[in-house]
Each structure stands twice: as structure tokens, then as C-alpha cells.
Design a protein. Structure first.
Length: 138
């Protein structure tokens, strides 16, 4: 029984994507439709930013609320299984995110973080405006 649960969890975790996620695709379509061009997941920059606008020196990260420990309902969920591991992992993710963003800013990049929960249809216009304002600003 235990191996069935473990195998199921292993398959589930392998299916979790780190790129081309639904929230990331929403942001990419919006930005592209507005005429902005970008590079994806630049490995030469800290955090492998989701979208990089090199000429503007701007970066957009699209974070999943649970994985990056957002303070929304989804991000505040407490895992029932292996809770100590997940709390530590998410805490580490948050610390890493802060450090990477500080490093990028020190390198002269402007950084915008879009959270998965912001991309719900009822919030979409506000997020669209936030992204466009960010990309237009000097």
C-alpha cells in the first residue's frame, strides 16, 4: 500500500511543470499581443527569469502561489503529508526568490513578480495594466 501512494505521489510531482505553465502562458500571450518581445528562462541570469526584456533591462517572474509561498488562500495551504518537509522547502524557495531578485536589481534589472492568483479572470484587467505600466516605465 505504501509504495502505491509513494508511486502515485512521485508521478504527480513529476507532472508539475516549471516552465510553460498556464499562468506563464497567460502572461506571455498578453505581453506578445501588446507587441513586446522577450526571451524565456535565461539560464545566465539568477533565477532563470520567466520573461526577460533585455533592451529594457526588465524581468517578469510568474510565481505559483503554493510553490513560492504567497500569502493568498492557495499559497497559505498547509500540506497534510510530510508537512515539515514542505514548510522547509517553501521557506527555502521564498528566501531564494528574495536573494535572486536582489541580485538582479543590483545588476541593474527591474523586476516584476506576477502571482498565479492574480491571473484569475476577475483580476485580469488589473494585472494586464500592471504589466503594461511596468514595461512602459523607464
Amino acid at each position: 500500500m505504501m509504495t502505491e501512494v509513494t508511486d502515485l505521489r512521485r508521478r504527480t510531482m513529476r507532472a508539475v511543470k516549471s516552465r510553460d505553465t498556464k499562468p506563464e502562458m497567460i502572461v506571455r500571450r498578453l505581453v506578445h499581443r501588446a507587441g513586446h518581445r522577450y526571451r524565456l528562462h535565461r539560464a545566465d541570469l539568477p533565477g532563470k527569469p520567466d520573461l526577460t526584456f533585455s533592451k529594457k533591462k526588465k524581468i517578469i517572474f510568474v510565481h505559483g502561489c503554493f510553490w513560492h509561498g504567497h500569502n493568498c488562500k492557495r499559497g497559505a495551504r498547509q500540506p497534510r503529508q510530510n508537512a515539515e518537509y514542505w514548510i522547509q522547502k517553501i521557506s527555502h524557495n521564498k528566501e531564494r526568490d528574495i536573494k535572486e531578485q536582489e541580485t538582479l536589481q543590483a545588476m541593474g534589472w527591474k523586476v516584476l513578480v506576477i502571482w498565479e492568483c492574480q491571473l484569475k479572470l476577475k483580476n485580469r484587467e488589473a494585472v494586464d495594466q500592471q504589466i503594461m505600466t511596468f514595461l512602459r516605465a523607464e
